[in-house]
Ligand binder design. Structure first.
Ligand code: ZN
Length: 283
């Protein structure tokens, strides 16, 4: 498994190579200016004293983001070789992300979990084993998988104590159940769906992935974006994606746990959940 430091030096080497190659064709200040484009916007405190589930694709409300504001969420990591590349790009552009981690991946790669926290990303939860889906498990088995996942992620991160430091959760495949929703609400957990995504479980080139995602974002104008840092095409696309966000004037909003519910936008009368279609399409 590559160490953190070997990836850092690889990153530095790549940076030097890029800068050197670019200097031959363009003034060095252009490269420097590009690297300095910073995407970080405000940090939004999100709490759920009475439970909260957000994201248009599964729930009839979402975060009240301003036009041009996006929240970057990345699922299923961490995975060496892919997550590192996403973190490198986020660092270059000063963009915060929220990672929904699978517990067993966190346990296998604690250095990446600690790097996320050290670089001020939000470390959130996505079960221990990523069951497909929790709707096919008993309530008790679902609770166990969610709790095991939280424990594994917190242990990898070095969080001590049994309290949930970041009470943000996303169901695998968005496949929620009423009983688990009630249980999460009673624990003060925020359940995240998403507003749009890049369909990055479908194999395609990074270029195609970028154009699909930016087209969807242009139509939505803002929103909680779901991608998978474990997917190679997404990790490969990430620097160009962040550059496209810069060029489009978007700002990336960070999330942090807060004591009260955030402002939300409620769906209109025609809203419908896409969860059933999502599970059928990806199962
Ligand atoms: Zn997932």
């Amino acid at each position: 498994m590559p160490s953190h430091s070997s990836f850092t030096s690889a990153f530095t080497r790549r940076g030097l190579i890029v800068a050197g190659a670019a200097a031959a064709v363009a003034a060095p200040w252009r490269v420097w200016a590009q690297a300095r484009c910073q995407l970080g916007g405000r940090t939004l405190a999100v709490g759920a004293p009475n439970g909260l589930a957000i994201g248009w694709q599964s729930y009839p409300r979402t975060l009240a983001l301003a036009p041009g504001e996006v929240v970057l969420t990345l699922d299923d990591g961490p995975l060496p070789g892919q997550t590192d590349r996403v973190l490198d790009a986020l660092r270059l552009y000063g963009a915060p992300a929220t990672f929904f981690l699978i517990g067993r991946n966190a346990a296998a790669n604690p250095h990446l979990v600690r790097r996320m926290a050290a670089e001020r990303h939000t470390v959130a939860h996505h079960t221990m084993t990523h069951p497909w889906t929790l709707r096919q498990r008993s309530f008790e088995a679902g609770v166990r998988d969610i709790e095991d996942g939280i424990r594994a992620v917190q242990a990898a991160q070095g969080v001590t104590g049994s309290a949930v430091a970041t009470p943000f959760f996303r169901y695998p495949g968005f496949a929620d159940t009423e009983r688990l929703n009630d249980w999460l609400a009673a624990k003060g957990m925020v359940t995240f769906g998403s507003d749009l995504w890049g369909s990055d479980w479908t194999p395609m080139s990074p270029e195609r992935q970028l154009s699909l995602l930016m087209g969807r974002l242009k139509r939505a104008g803002r929103g909680i974006i779901l991608l998978h840092d474990v997917v190679g095409q997404t990790a490969s696309m990430f620097p160009a994606f962040l550059q496209a966000l810069c060029a489009g004037g978007y700002r990336v909003v960070g999330l942090t746990p807060g004591p009260s519910a955030p402002q939300t936008i409620e769906a209109g009368a025609g809203w419908r959940s896409h969860t059933e279609r999502i599970i059928a399409g990806r199962g």
